[in-house]
Design a protein around this ligand. Structure first.
Ligand code: ADP
Length: 397
């Protein structure tokens, strides 16, 4: 069975075609600049060189049309006929409180996701455009929605409620939702498998450290708390996002700097994080380079980042009554040897011990703690596409 996984952004989309008999990737690609001059499709059939197809694409439907053409192209296609696509899995950012797991897409599901647009105004509209375009292009192929928020829906009310007037939750849905759920779910399951344990017997802390970053506390296979909140702005220090700050700073800075709502929103989301502290870059590689060259603000950004991750891990261990496994994933978590080392060094008091030789690894499933370490530390490259394809298979087979 072949499953096409689609992840639509506002002006870009990513796709992967997987053969679920062996979970192999047949082809993958990225469309950029949808609706903007200079749009192009980068398509890669597994084992072949990348094809760059430059063609005007005015909307997501046109873009997906070109994706389907590429998938069936006689030279670089991965299938002969679109009949070989058995199901489509869509990544959707926000499903509010409505769905706690993936679902087959129906008109009712589309309506429910439209109701969540207010909660994710940048993400849900392109996700929905992708769903509607695929329904038109492949009307007889079943499709499934896999939601970033779903895995976190098991959080108890004490974890998701904010200390604001309760009516704001009732009237406007102001609560913690959490994001990166598909990634946290994939890496926690993979970690349990690598350790040969049932996930229900483990207390796991998953650290998704990329440009966007979040931590989750997972006990009995269920999320107890996660660091992102009502939006993906809360929690850790990120590439350009501030994470947790004193909320009083918002009105204070707006007043002092004469910023309106939009400018303040932009400052918190785009100009803060490690970029804001260092003044150098949002990319951790640049910051690690500058810190190694002695740049004090780059060093400060890295220390502040590690400080926050460490506090979350410590707090989550307390919340779960201990921790058996810490998992590092996403761009920084999978690749930054120094960052993992520095975070884990602060956790020695809880029985975390990194093996330097094992930790000298990038982007590969690996146990990086010592044999004697009380808490196992794992690097698990995330694979949201595979998780989406697995859910899709489960729901359509
Ligand atoms: P997102 O999907 O949120 O855009 P990724 O998970 O792709 O982010 O992570 C991107 C970030 O990972 C980059 O900004 C970079 O800071 C970091 N990163 C990638 N490779 C390395 C590396 N070798 N060393 C340190 N940081 C890295």
């Amino acid at each position: 069975m072949n499953i096409l996984v689609i992840n639509c952004g506002s002006s870009s989309l990513k796709y992967q075609l997987l053969n679920m008999n062996d979970e192999s990737v047949l082809a993958s690609g990225l469309v950029e600049r949808i609706g903007i001059e200079g749009s192009q499709l980068k398509h890669e059939k597994t084992g072949m060189d990348k094809e760059v197809i430059k063609v005007a694409m005015k909307d997501h439907k046109e873009a997906l049309g070109h994706v389907l053409d590429a998938l069936t192209h006689e030279k670089y296609g991965a299938i002969k006929d679109l009949k070989e696509v058995d199901a489509v899995g869509h990544r959707v950012v926000h499903a509010g409180e409505k769905y706690s797991s993936s679902v087959k897409i129906t008109d009712d599901v589309i309506k429910a996701l439209e109701e969540c647009i207010e909660l994710a105004p940048l993400h849900n509209p392109p996700n929905l455009m992708g769903i509607e375009a695929m329904n038109e292009l492949l009307p007889n192929v079943p499709s499934v929605g896999v939601f970033d928020t779903a895995f976190h829906q098991t959080m108890p009310a004490s974890s998701y409620i904010y200390a604001l007037p309760y009516e704001l939750y009732e009237k406007h849905g102001v609560r913690r939702y959490g994001f990166h759920g598909t990634s946290h779910r994939y890496v926690s399951q993979q970690a349990a498998e690598m350790l040969g344990k049932d996930i229900k017997d483990l207390k796991i802390i998953t650290c998704h450290l990329g440009n966007g970053a979040s931590v989750a506390a997972i006990k009995d296979g269920k999320v107890l708390h996660t660091s992102m909140g009502f939006t993906p702005l809360e929690g850790l220090i990120m590439g350009t996002r501030c994470g947790d700050i004193d909320p009083a700073i918002v009105t204070y800075v707006m007043n002092k700097e004469g910023l309106d709502l939009k400018a303040m929103d932009n400052l918190l989301n785009k100009k803060s994080g490690v970029l804001g502290i260092s003044g150098i870059s949002s990319d951790f590689r640049d910051i690690e380079g500058a810190a190694a060259d002695g740049n004090e603000r780059a060093k400060l950004a890295l220390e502040a980042f590690d400080n926050k991750v460490t506090r979350y891990i410590g707090g989550y261990a307390a919340l779960m009554g201990g921790v058996d496994v810490i998992v590092f994933t996403a761009g920084l978590g999978e690749n930054s040897i120094g960052n993992r080392k520095s975070i884990c060094s602060s956790l020695g008091f809880m029985g975390v011990e990194i093996d330097d030789e094992r930790n000298n690894v990038r982007g590969k499933d690996t146990i990086v703690s010592t044999d004697g370490s009380k808490v196992k530390v794992l690097v698990v490259p995330t694979n949201e596409e595979l998780m989406i394809a697995r859910d899709t298979l489960e729901l359509v087979k």
